[in-house]
Design a protein around this ligand. Structure first.
Ligand code: ADP
Ligand code: MG
Length: 702
């Protein structure tokens, strides 16, 4: 029935059977031959390199040796029964040993013949041996597509698979069958004009050579083709969605710069905008008067002044008869945004309200009613804003702060909040590498605030080991004596929560000894506190009633206390790079010199060392994000990406920037020429898009 069809279940392959088929399904998610064909090796062993017996040393990994079988004998009894083959080349002699499969050896390995032996050499009793080597006749016979293996594919396997003879080698054997029998049926997925332009090999060849590369060059071509394809389709989906949205969603027109924006800008704002802020405000203005829905990402380093940009955009919405809302990932942040907006507005111009998890039912009832009547102009809050119960009279703009915690789904939910979907402004204080931004937010337009307000002194970052703790306390005292405030942050990581809490407690004890009351007051904030207690402790610090704030990472994002001038990070080696940068951004918000002190143990692993060195060397968030991507590697990135519902199999955003840019440009050019993907030459892409679920439902667009 499945005589030759990529969809043949693996159970039909020679040597698989129902049990192993089920395992392959469970462990690797592969049910059909086609799925297995898309299960790629993660590395290759160079089988073109041959060693001489005299060159061997016991530290070598897998090696291959050409030699002649001098003798073959069965030795030992029962469990110890084994075949020992004496194997010789022109530099020496060694042993090949089999404890199992003796019959196969007797039937296939003959004295006087030449073979290639492949395996891990060990040194024992004065000579080298390899047990259970792979043995091929020499010279190699060319046997079809998967014949001469020059680069041997290595596949990830699992314990369960290994127990059932499906280790890397076992999987390789299955792949050999699949490639031999089915590869010729693989259909092309990219249009010919793209293959031509970028000199990409066919999908069929790419799949053959990703498993069984004829040589290093073929492997490189196969990888390039598969990476291009992977990135291309992500870009196609993103940019095509963007195009559809622009056709379907018109967006409110903010054509009028009215009294609120004007009065705020000319009378109320306490400082001049930086050029970067002005540019971004202008980009937002242009975007919102085109009659299309805006989806814009504003990237700006910590302290670059994103809040005021958000405020001006919201005032613009208000000036045009619309409401606006601003959403933050945590209650503390929402509250701080609320207060900073109210503060900046000096209680004038518009009505600002806040809605979070701790808003009481009674308050909610009033709030809901005021939102629907249009009495509230700007609503600040947490996820509570997305709830269906929350209805606006006319929501024109949604600002999302710290976007990485909101997924595509949640964004889509916001689009449905109004008859005319609101404009969306996403703000991130964590600069993300260009490649990641393009992949996660490739459907958004991007603005960058790449300038800090004038007069800021760059934060000085110092790295102290334990022996300099007293110096650290000294610096804290000096700063507090000048009237400034200090943060001390402890790591709190779920797995080691108990131990971390102990550290935190010990740290607090030492601090209370070094900084006794009543001269010094300390706020303590950690995850175990109730929201109200957290709020209270934070407020004490914000109001300057305490000089020291000891916290676990809850203060990570957004807290704004310009009077704080020292950030001490305990066990800095345990924080990620972008987290360290975020924390550091809590200081340096006023005009005075600020410090970040990274405390760590003496001995650091290379990654922690590089993280800390980077922090000491630079304050540039974009540079830091690139290094972070490199250090974390593709695995972690995939983790990050899951929230964005994108998963990469072959491409690596840290390394494949060029291919990504090519893929994106290709899509841009293509959609330029064929916006609705209708031309016959793009039929493959049209079919692909038709199959894909976009997450947003669009009416048919003709
Ligand atoms: P972030 O981009 O990290 O959200 P904020 O919006 O919280 O930064 O701004 C950080 C601080 O800088 C705030 O105290 C804000 O009032 C101040 N600020 C913003 N823009 C300017 C400016 N152009 N000149 C001076 N201070 C500014
Ligand atoms: Mg902010």
């Amino acid at each position: 029935m499945y005589a030759s069809n990529l969809e043949t279940p693996l159970a039909y392959l020679k040597g698989v059977g129902p049990k192993r088929a089920e395992l392959l399904h469970k462990e690797l998610g592969c049910f059909t031959c086609e799925q297995l064909l898309h299960y790629y090796p993660f590395r290759y062993i160079d089988r073109t390199r041959f060693y001489k017996i005299a060159e061997l040393n016991p530290d070598m990994p897998l090696v291959q040796i050409i030699g002649k079988v001098m003798s073959r004998e069965i030795v030992g009894e029962k469990q110890k029964r084994r075949i020992v083959v004496r194997f010789q080349d022109d530099t020496g002699i060694m042993e090949l040993v089999w404890f199992q499969g003796l019959k196969w050896v007797e039937d296939n390995i003959f004295t006087g013949n030449y073979y290639i032996a492949f395996g891990k050499p060990t040194f024992f009793n004065g000579s080298f041996s390899i047990s259970h080597p792979d043995l091929e006749t020499y010279p190699r016979k060319n046997t079809g597509i998967t014949g001469n293996i020059t680069l041997q594919p290595i596949y990830h396997s699992t314990e369960k698979l290994k127990k059932n003879f499906l280790d890397s080698k076992g999987i390789q054997k299955l792949q050999q069958q699949v490639v031999e029998q089915f590869a010729r049926e693989v259909r092309e997925t990219l249009p010919q004009h793209i293959l031509d332009k970028y000199k990409l090999i066919s999908k069929k060849d790419a799949l053959i050579h990703i498993h069984f590369p004829a040589d290093a060059k073929w492997l490189q071509q196969a990888e390039r083709r598969l990476k291009f394809e992977e990135l291309f389709f992500i870009q196609l989906q993103l940019l095509h969605n963007k195009h559809l949205r622009s056709l379907k969603f018109k967006g409110a027109l903010f054509s009028n710069v009215g009294t609120r924006v004007n009065r705020f800008y000319s009378e109320i704002i306490p400082f001049d905008l930086t050029n970067a802020q002005k540019r971004v405000v202008k980009e937002i203005r242009l975007d919102t008067q085109r009659g299309a829905q805006m989806n814009r990402l504003v990237q700006g380093d910590v302290g670059s002044g994103k809040t005021v940009v958000a405020l001006m955009s919201m005032l613009l919405a208000n000036d045009n008869g619309c409401q606006a809302c601003m959403m933050a990932p945590t209650e503390i942040l929402a509250r701080q945004h609320y207060e900073s907006l109210v503060g900046m507005l000096k209680g004038e111009l518009v009505n600002v309200a806040i809605l979070t998890g701790s808003t009481t039912k009674k308050q909610r009832t009033v709030l809901h009613q005021q939102l629907e009547s249009g009495e509230i102009d700007i609503l600040v809050g947490t996820h509570a804003l997305i709830e269906d119960k929350v209805r606006f009279k006319n929501l024109g703009l949604v600002v999302i702060d710290e976007q990485h915690r909101f997924g595509v789904e949640q964004r889509a939910k916001l689009w449905r909040k109004n008859v005319v979907p609101p404009h969306i402004l996403v703000m991130t204080a964590t600069p993300i590498p260009r490649t990641l931004a393009m992949t996660l937010y490739g459907d958004l337009d991007v603005s960058v605030i790449d300038e800090l307000p004038a007069g800021r002194k760059p934060i000085q970052t110092l790295h102290f080991v334990e022996s300099r703790r007293m110096r650290m306390f000294g610096m804290m005292k000096e700063e507090i004596a000048k009237g400034r405030q200090v943060y001390i942050v402890y790591p709190l990581i779920k797995e080691s929560e108990k131990l971390d809490l102990l550290h935190l407690e010990a740290g607090i004890e030492q601090l209370s000894y070094q900084f006794p009351r009543p001269q010094y007051q300390i706020s303590i904030v950690h995850g175990k506190l109730s929201n109200a207690d957290k709020q209270f402790e934070m407020q004490q610090f914000i109001d300057g009633k305490t000089q020291i704030m000891v916290a676990t990472t809850v203060i990570e994002v957004g807290v704004n206390v310009p009077n704080a001038s020292v950030m001490v990070i305990e066990n800095a080696e345990r924080f990620g790079l972008s987290q360290l940068h975020q924390l550091r951004g809590r200081v340096g918000r006023g005009a005075e010199q600020s410090f970040c002190i990274l405390m760590s143990k003496d001995k650091l692993n290379p990654t922690s060392k590089k993280r800390i060195e980077t922090m000491v060397r630079t304050n540039n968030g974009f540079e830091i994000s690139e290094i972070d991507l490199e250090l974390r590697g593709p695995g972690d990135i995939t983790g990050t990406m899951q929230s964005g519902t994108v998963e990469l199999k072959v491409a690596d955003l840290a390394k494949d920037q060029v291919i990504l840019q090519e893929a994106r440009n290709t899509v841009i050019e293509l959609l330029d020429k064929d916006p609705n993907v209708q031309l016959p030459e793009n039929i493959l892409l049209r079919n692909y898009l038709a199959k894909k679920h976009t997450g947003i439902s669009f009416d048919k667009i003709s």
